[in-house]
Design a protein around this ligand. Sequence first.
Ligand SMILES: O=c1[nH]cnc2cc3nc(NCCN4CCOCC4)[nH]c3cc12
Length: 376
Amino acid sequence: MKYELQKTDSASKARAGKITTDHGEILTPIFMPVGTAGTVKAVHQRELENDIHAQIILGNTYHLYLRPGLDILERAGGLHKFNGWTKPILTDSGGYQVFSLKDIRKISEEGVKFQSHIDGSRHLFTPESVMDIQRVIGADIIMAFDECAPYPCDYNYAKKSMEMTHRWLKRCCDRFDATEGLYGYSQTLFPIVQGSVYKDLRIQSAEFIAGQNREGNAIGGLAVGEPAEKMYETIDYVNDILPQDKPRYLMGVGTPENILESIALGIDMFDCVMPTRNARNGMLFTTQGIINIRNEKWKDDYSPIDENLGGYTSTFYSKAYLRHLVKCDEILAAQVASIHNLTFYLWLVGQAREHILAGDFVEWKKVIVKKLMERL
Ligand SMILES: O=c1[nH]cnc2cc3nc(NCCN4CCOCC4)[nH]c3cc12
């Protein structure tokens, strides 16, 4: 994997860049649609590519390991072959997912013992095993096995958790560097900065992560309930430590406002279930503001969902029709709303990139953020 830093904004830490993988290029800043079980829920690959213009999607090791399982994935030739997505894929390592299985998992130095949320079967994830699992899935970018400390947590817990995540990272790197990809293309491993919201721990973690000299770096342990200001403050000083010449991935973020503010702080890659999850509840992000399409006021609004995005779905379907689909709980409702929200998120980061290149990102952000977050 290669990263080319193309432009750094003069009035912020925002950057425009290009990541090159064996499955193609990624222009940053970029948003990664979440495809938890190997599918971006309710969206065809063709729509992901031609309507949403997604450049990279995310999968979850925890879910894919349980279903369809490694045997099926390996015999398919990896996830790209299995789901037909031929561009880059990133997989989260499973740490975050198993930690959210509160009462059915046990953490130790060895790894995490957990029960499947599907059938209760017992499993063990270790740094080594999740590297092997992500080799089988075949994502272009794979994440280290870490502990995402809960928020809030006391200083001592955050310190112990961060130190274990660092020891697990060494085990991930050793295993990853000692193994090869299974399908003839290269994969890369991103480490993850932890330390909760404690500045000294975050600085220690950022220095340790940067010192691993991997091809990209992630910031974890955020978007877990902490105030947005705390998240921004943490990103700001962590990004002063993470190398300029490597992409920076902020895990699990976020709203349009979170994304633009984080781009201004030097983040290049994002993922969040919000656009797809909100879509299924009828919450639409648009260039004019946020719409709850279930609201009576859209009942006879025959205008397109959003004609400023240039996407087929957002212009072809009207607000009134989508409201009807949502009210009838039609399958098409989830499809249309998900494609629209993802088209909006990719439009947003694409616009951010254009304004970084044009040199007016900060002025543009100031105007657009207020408008995008307005409830219509
Ligand atoms: O430290 C982490 N390590 C590995 N994966 C993560 C994933 C993460 N995802 C979030 N936040 C997701 C917040 N979502 C917002 C929308 O509603 C669902 C939750 N924070 C995260 C932290 C980590």
